[in-house]
Write a protein that binds this ligand. Structure first.
Ligand SMILES: [Zn+2]
Length: 160
């Protein structure tokens, strides 16, 4: 994996699962884990796992993954011979622009995929990534794995 900023591929059924999960969680934030094959030259998201949002104070504003759920997700990825590639969460009644909180909670090397859910219906999806702690949060292109269709136009979303 020489260029980690190359487009990420996502399987259509995973895309559908993310949108369904985001709609089901509305008006709260939904979240889940994203898994894909281990030593693939191009990152491809082939499955997602639901992860409970344990943030009870302001579930509409942010999400939080419990350490035990993080470990459970890594175990499940191992069992399937896959890697944990990142997490997705939804932004109810907002855009898919990453917030400062998203940046602060992002894990280095893992994708933060955000789906905007204006008025309960999932729209744009953007993948964000940091490669090192001093780097800005940068959007990474995603394309649908079967057709190669771009999922997002990322030019309107500045790095934070
Ligand atoms: Zn967020």
């Amino acid at each position: 994996m020489s260029d980690t900023r190359s487009a990420i591929r996502i399987d259509p059924d995973v895309l559908a699962a993310i949108r369904a999960g985001a709609a089901a969680a509305y008006p709260n934030e939904g979240c889940g884990a994203l898994l894909g094959p281990k030593a693939d030259a191009v990152r491809r998201i082939t499955s997602s796992l639901p992860v409970p949002n344990i943030e009870t104070g302001t579930p509409r504003m942010r999400f939080e993954v419990a350490p035990r759920d993080y470990l459970a997700v890594e175990d499940e990825a191992d069992r399937r011979g896959l890697s944990l590639l990142g997490f997705w969460h939804s932004h109810p009644d907002d855009t898919a622009q990453a917030s400062r909180t998203d940046r602060a909670y992002a894990w280095e090397g893992l994708l933060t995929v955000i789906v905007a859910v204006p008025e309960g219906s999932p729209r744009e999806i953007i993948a964000w990534e940091i490669l090192s702690p001093d780097e800005p949060f940068t959007s990474v292109p995603i394309e649908e794995s079967v057709t190669g269709r771009p999922i997002t136009v990322i030019s309107t979303f500045p790095a934070i």
